[in-house]
Design a protein around this ligand. Structure first.
Ligand code: 4NP
Length: 154
């Protein structure tokens, strides 16, 4: 059987979902969890671009180099390749569900639903914000990443 596969999805795939990918990758490695991990955007405007420099900076502050990540848009194949797809906010989730093939088996949900007490909440979109917003986004995706690893180990 192939290993589990998790996809993180935001709008542009240059701020929030690359951070979620990086945080989850680090937690999975730490836990020795074999899992396929990627991120993508519901929109394609930034396709081929590296993460926002501010996202790169906050990841690096936490010891993770994401400079080689490249943005891409969600594709139909993602809905067969990934068993679990986590949206960073509810608009992303709504768009994802609209993009999904009718017969998809992929489970889609809101990332912060993984964190008790934070159900239904969005990871803050820091694109028009400042460094503090990127730090807050990092904290949120890291907490969700720890919860997801713990859940997958059960
Ligand atoms: P992300 O952030 O969805 O977290 O990657 C954004 C990136 C780009 C835009 C908005 C949010 N934009 O409007 O171009």
């Amino acid at each position: 059987m192939s290993q589990p596969a998790v996809l993180f999805v935001c709008l542009g795939n240059i701020c929030r979902s690359p951070l979620a990918e990086a945080a989850f990758r680090a937690e999975a490695v730490k836990a020795g969890l074999a899992v396929t991990i990627d991120s993508a955007g519901t929109g394609g405007w930034h396709a081929g671009n590296p993460p926002d420099p501010r996202a790169q900076a906050v990841a690096l502050q936490h010891g993770i180099d994401i400079s080689r990540y490249r943005a891409r848009q969600v594709t139909e194949a993602d809905f067969t390749r990934f068993g679990q797809i986590y949206a960073l906010d509810s608009q992303n989730l709504q768009d994802l569900r609209r993009m999904a093939p009718r017969r998809t088996l992929a489970r889609m949900g809101l990332l912060m639903d993984l964190v008790p007490g934070r159900e239904g909440q969005a990871v803050i979109d820091p694109y028009y914000g400042d460094e503090q917003d990127f730090l807050e986004a990092w904290d949120d995706v890291s907490e969700a990443a720890r919860r997801l690893v713990a859940r997958m180990l059960r």
